[in-house]
Design a protein around this ligand. Structure first.
Ligand code: NAD
Length: 499
């Protein structure tokens, strides 16, 4: 029997918001009593008010996280016990899926069907995966002489500060929470001030799942207030940061000015998508470029925003892109059919429109899009936009736009493609399209990026590391490698006397 489609607007009208922080297992207002407005990009209206955390609130959250760590209420539990709680947490996320999806969509603008199918599911999967993994990883014994035993073990670090962006608010939080909690740490999470609502709900669900109080705290607030206080805190052992390269630099400074806490930066990108004239299916390449860039309205760190096309197929390729882009026209994020929704806020929309203006003034050719749209809603929507005739030194080819804007750049030779693709401050992801296996392997080795895709772009999984070369960051989220970020290695030498 077919189920009736969900009436998301009706559900949204019934939604209850609670913008208070979660500290030591309790919902609390900011100590100052201050709040900030949480505005929905769907229509520019205030959704609710949210606690404006500052250093006093961060101090309280870090103290609660530290107390939980020191009395070992979580870190002292057997891995199999932590596994059970994390799997229950993941089940609760799925059970609360429609509510979480609505909060995400109303708060940051993405289409509701993707909030459900991508954000809720990936978040639950990430938490469950690290829960599943933690009682299956072993420590090491070194190959020493018989007179000694050397154990190499991993210990949780202590208190982890997680600072995350607004483009995939729950998923980015889960990429920190999964490995940090599984390994026994306590966490203080500072969500983006542009999208704080789901993080607060996640903390409640974790408590319901049996995570002890104080192990996972959430302090909403502005970056220069709550975020800075967390990163400067003397009792935070590591910062797991995802966000812009500009703020990533500050994170390193804060660590230097405070306790030299570990800083793991997952930063911006300007990913190259390189299409050769020996690609078997030009249409598939072009459609994949469009789909991968315009997904999430281009607000993805790994969006392939620089598309390099061999001159011999450039006209054919750009004609397909030009026809494809309007299929990603923004629509009502609660309607259930729009491919892209609203940009996160007015500021981000003005930034994107500013880059479009720069594309015009630098002499790129606008193929499609380029305008704000759906103004009558009061929300922040921009058309999918494609520039051709771009060269790699233009501003739109060098800077991360973080919006639905593609730059198409022609090349003639493989060497030129490699040089231009690598001529970027960033190195998050790249893609190469060719039916020549030797060229595909050569390119995969030559491209300076944390992930290289061959003849595809969308493959992704919690089992593989995610992160970048160069100014795209250090450390890796996802996969078992993420355990490295939240554990200290300890060597224990034991003398064994001869009989
Ligand atoms: P942002 O750097 O402006 O903000 C990220 C977080 O840092 C927010 O919580 C913000 O409040 C906080 N912050 C801001 N200023 C701060 C300060 N002075 N001190 C401490 N914290 C501060 O980034 P954004 O606009 O929220 O997100 C977009 C960026 O995130 C893009 O550059 C994108 O590429 C990047 N990103 C990277 C990845 C990855 O895995 N590499 C994934 C998603 C997004």
């Amino acid at each position: 029997m077919a189920t009736a489609p969900i009436d998301w607007r009706a559900r949204a009208a019934e939604l209850r918001f609670d913008g208070r922080a979660v500290i030591a297992g309790q919902r609390v207002a900011a100590q100052s009593g201050e709040t900030f407005d949480c505005i929905s990009p769907l229509d520019g209206r205030v959704l609710t008010s949210v606690a404006r955390g500052r250093s006093a609130d961060i101090d309280a959250a870090v103290a609660s996280a530290r107390a939980a760590f020191e009395d070992r209420r979580w870190s002292g539990q057997a891995p199999a016990a932590r596994k059970k709680v994390l799997i229950r947490f993941a089940e609760k996320i799925l059970a609360a899926g429609p509510e979480l999806a609505l909060l995400e969509t109303l708060d940051m603008g993405k289409p509701i069907q993707y909030s459900m199918a991508v954000d809720v599911r990936s978040t639950a999967n990430c938490i469950a995966w690290y829960g599943e993994a933690i009682d299956k990883v072993y420590d090491e014994i070194a190959p020493t002489a018989a007179s000694a035993l050397a154990l190499i073990t991993r210990e949780p670090m202590g208190v982890i500060g997680a600072v995350v962006p607004w483009n995939y608010p729950m998923i980015m939080a889960a990429w920190k929470l999964g490995p940090a909690l599984a390994t026994g740490n306590s966490v203080v999470l500072k969500p983006s001030e542009k999208s704080p609502l789901t993080a607060l709900r996640l903390a409640e669900l974790a408590l319901e799942a049996g995570l002890p109080e104080g192990v996972f705290n959430v302090v909403p607030g502005y970056g220069h207030e709550a975020g800075e206080a967390l990163a400067l805190h003397m009792d935070v052992d590591a910062i797991g940061f995802t966000g812009s390269t500009r703020v990533g630099r500050k994170m390193l400074e804060y660590a230097g000015r405070s306790n030299l806490k570990r800083v793991y930066n997952e930063l911006g990108g300007k990913s190259a998508f390189v299409v050769f004239d020996d690609v078997g299916d030009v249409s598939r390449a072009a459609k994949t470029a469009a789909g991968s860039l315009f997904f999430n309205a281009g607000e993805s760190c790994n969006a392939p925003s620089r598309v390099f096309v061999h001159a011999a197929i450039a006209d054919e390729f750009t004609a397909i892109i030009q026809a494809e882009a309007p299929k990603y026209a923004p629509g009502d994020p609660l309607g259930g059919t729009a491919e892209i929704g609203a940009l996160v806020d007015d500021t981000q929309m003005q930034t994107v429109l500013g880059y479009i203006a720069a594309g015009h003034s630098e002499g790129a050719t606008l193929l499609t899009g380029g305008q704000r749209t759906m103004q009558a809603t009061g929300g922040f929507y921009v058309e999918p936009t494609v520039f051709a005739g771009v060269n790699n030194s233009m501003k739109i080819a060098r800077e991360e736009i973080f919006g639905p804007v593609m730059s198409v750049i022609r090349f003639e030779t493989e060497a030129e493609a490699i040089a231009m693709a690598n001529d970027s401050a960033y190195g998050l992801q790249a893609s190469v399209w060719s039916d020549n296996i030797n060229r595909a392997h050569r390119m995969a080795r030559s491209l300076r990026a944390g992930t290289v895709h061959v003849n595809q772009y969308d493959e992704d999984d919690i089992t593989v590391p995610f992160g970048g070369f160069k100014q795209s960051g250090n450390g890796r989220d996802k996969s078992l490698h993420a355990f490295d970020k939240y554990t200290e290695l300890k060597t224990t030498w034991i003398r064994i006397d001869a009989r």
